[in-house]
Design a protein around this ligand. Structure first.
Ligand SMILES: C[S@@+](CC[C@H](N)C(=O)[O-])C[C@H]1O[C@@H](n2cnc3c(N)ncnc32)[C@H](O)[C@@H]1O
Length: 296
């Protein structure tokens, strides 16, 4: 991480610009800017879907992408022939998503909605209950339910929001349907005061952008705080041009609490720590709605 310290030594000549969170999530995945999704992750997910079909006998075709963001991975999955419905509540993300879908020539229904109201009928743009083969919540998105655009929150209120969203996810799935969720790695919150993650370099026109973030926790408030940075260099002279920073605050949801939330909603946990090629940043859990659900 010496390279990161180096940037901060140069900071007296360069200012850090605070920018909206959406602009960060558009560029973070591997493959950007050539592709709006990670091809490796899309291939890894397709492999997982095949394994699920072999193990449980249920084909996966209809997918709900929860927190679809700028289109990773759902635009890639749509190109591979899956039926996708995307849902997100951030207007900037909606713009990125629709632009990227046009570039890739795919038509994906985008439902502009908060997950707390996932199944509420709205102007014919419906998410039908019990209709999806799998819900995907990729990019550590779930922990932002109730906190996406805030820097502070009240713990029990957010815990209740998470439980409501989980209930809605369960209701959207057909019996036997799967819930794929990735979440902060345990190493992030197991005793390390500040966790630094070096996401790597992306090249855009005449700039090279170094992306990384620092994660810290306030356990008594159940808070996870991410300070994410993009450091822009001139591609040819390597000169530092600007640094932009983005702060994300979310509920700190340890793995055992995620599992409890899912079980409370009616899910069975079928695999903890699933390995999916192309997912290098988070731990993945796979849950399933029982074939004969007790809860509906
Ligand atoms: C971390 S980004 C991940 C985006 C994308 N899935 C990816 O992997 O790049 C989280 C996304 O979840 C969305 N989001 C967060 N809370 C939400 C909520 N309560 N309802 C709908 N969307 C939400 C945000 O707008 C954002 O697009």
């Amino acid at each position: 991480m010496e390279i990161i310290n180096k940037y901060f030594h140069e900071l007296d000549s360069i200012s850090v610009l605070k920018e909206p969170v959406a602009s960060f999530w558009e560029c973070v995945h591997e493959g950007w800017p050539e592709k709006c999704y990670s091809e490796k992750l899309v291939a890894g997910l397709i492999e997982l879907f095949k394994q699920c079909q072999t193990q449980f006998g249920n084909p996966i075709h209809k997918i709900l992408d929860l927190g679809a963001g700028a289109g990773n991975p759902s635009i890639g999955l749509a190109k591979a022939g899956y039926e996708i419905v995307a849902v997100d509540k951030d207007p900037d993300m909606a713009t990125y998503f629709n632009t990227n879908a046009n570039i890739e020539s795919v038509k994906i229904p985008f439902v502009f909605r908060d997950w707390t109201a996932l199944l509420i009928p709205n102007h014919g743009n419906e998410i039908t209950p019990s209709s999806f083969d799998i819900v995907i919540c990729r990019g550590n998105s779930f922990i932002y339910a109730g906190t996406w655009e805030t820097l502070d929150f009240i713990k029990p209120a957010v815990r209740a929001t998470l439980a409501l969203c989980m209930k809605n996810i369960y209701a959207a799935l057909r019996p036997g349907g799967f819930f794929y969720i990735d979440i902060s790695r345990r190493i992030e919150y197991s005793g390390i005061p500040v966790h630094c993650e070096n996401i790597g370099f992306r090249q855009l026109h005449d700039e090279v952008i170094h992306i990384y973030w620092f994660v810290r926790y306030e356990p008594e408030k159940c808070k996870r705080i991410v300070d994410a940075f993009r450091v822009f260099h001139d591609r040819y002279t390597h000169k530092l041009k600007k640094i932009s920073s983005h702060t994300f605050v979310s509920y700190h949801l340890p793995h055992n609490e995620l599992i409890s939330l899912c079980i409370e909603a009616g899910f069975e946990c079928i695999n903890e720590y699933v390995r999916v090629a192309g997912e290098d940043h988070y731990d993945i859990f796979l849950f399933r709605k029982p074939n004969s659900p007790n809860k509906e």
